[in-house]
Design a protein around this ligand. Structure first.
Ligand SMILES: Nc1ncnc2c1ncn2[C@@H]1O[C@H](COP(=O)(O)OP(=O)(O)OP(=O)(O)O)[C@@H](O)[C@H]1O
Ligand SMILES: [Mg+2]
Ligand SMILES: [Zn+2]
Length: 307
């Protein structure tokens, strides 16, 4: 039976009940289906994240096994109930549908461990430390990072699951070889019965399809979030237009009210001319209708394509 021995105090918290100097020995959870008999230990832990009043901690420390020592994250729960279930669900993702993505788009998973402390179940997920969360707007990340993030989420979808909670704190920046790579974490809201039906190329700068047309809500939202697509509508004056219904200047200026004085009217006509130019430029960047090869690193699905 594999074990994880925590041989140190928990940072800043006396309530775990192990401040008596005794190491806390957790055993690999049955659900992990791991044949590992490794004895892992950790000697020092720093607090990374803590949520409100819940008895849940994210800690960082070096976990030592028989062969090596690795910079690791421990997600540790003492609620014994709700969050513990979340951790078990997350463990199932790491060892289930997303197993082959570990070490690439997901951290390596070292196991899910449990122990009884003062009649409460302590549950602990051990993961590879993979960097800090994205700290700037995703739109401002470099092109390579954004493309890899799309591949990462596509890869999950190709395995039949969504992430379910894509936000900055769940997207890590992993520096490697002078470049930053995205790593996805936090899978307790993943939908593991996702059938991905995307059927459009992701062409940067083009007007994006509606979500129903695109076939996948999470990918659709992500691509807009990254700034790859432009919105299908545009505001002019006090009217919201569908871009695909605008073909010439009259389509825009027809809605201008008749009471405008000449100067104001001329100003708005000039604005309309610029908008029209922009709409026609976007239209030349079309998105195709081929079925995307999900989860494969296919750059051609991300490159702008002039019609
Ligand atoms: N593998 C990891 N490598 C580096 N940092 C991590 C890792 N896992 C978690 N963290 C850090 O801990 C934070 C919280 O982790 P995570 O998102 O997995 O927990 P959570 O269940 O979402 O917590 P909460 O419910 O409070 O949001 C992350 O935003 C990140 O800063
Ligand atoms: Mg999170
Ligand atoms: Zn999908």
């Amino acid at each position: 039976m594999a074990t994880l021995t925590i041989n140190c105090r928990f940072p800043g918290d006396g309530r775990l009940g192990r401040n008596d100097g005794e190491p806390l020995v957790l055993r690999m959870h049955d659900k992990c289906h791991s044949s590992s008999k490794d004895k892992l230990t950790v000697e020092h832990l720093d607090l990374v994240h803590r949520t409100g009043h819940r008895r849940f901690w994210v800690l960082r420390g070096v976990v030592t096994g028989p062969l090596d020592s690795v910079d690791s994250i421990l997600k540790l729960d003492m609620t014994g109930a709700s969050h513990c279930d979340d951790l078990l669900k997350e463990a199932e993702v790491y060892i289930g549908k997303a197993r082959s993505l570990q070490g690439d788009y997901l951290p390596q998973f070292y196991g899910c461990f449990q122990a009884e402390v003062n009649l409460t179940t302590v549950t602990c997920l051990a993961l590879e430390y993979c960097g800090e969360p994205v700290s700037q707007s995703l739109r401002d990340m470099n092109r390579g990072f954004k493309q890899e993030l799309i591949y990462a989420v596509l890869a999950l979808h190709a395995k039949g699951m969504t992430h379910g909670d894509l936000q900055h704190s769940n997207i890590l920046v992993y520096p490697d070889g002078g470049e930053d790579h995205p790593v996805l974490i936090d899978f307790d809201l993943a939908d593991t019965s996702h059938i991905c039906a995307i059927n459009f190329k992701i062409v940067s700068g083009a007007v994006g399809p509606e979500v129903e047309e695109y076939g996948c809500e999470e990918m659709h939202e992500l691509i807009y979030w990254l700034g790859y697509w432009r919105l299908p509508t545009i505001g002019f004056g006090s009217t919201l237009f569908r871009k695909d219904e605008i073909n010439d200047l009259d389509d825009l200026i027809d809605v201008l009210p008749s009471y405008l004085d000449d100067e104001r009217r001329q100003e708005l006509v000039e604005q309309a001319a610029l908008l029209l130019e922009e709409i026609l430029r976007e239209r030349r960047l079309t998105y195709g209708t081929e079925t995307i090869s999900q989860g494969q690193r296919r750059l051609d699905y991300l490159e702008p394509k002039a019609a």
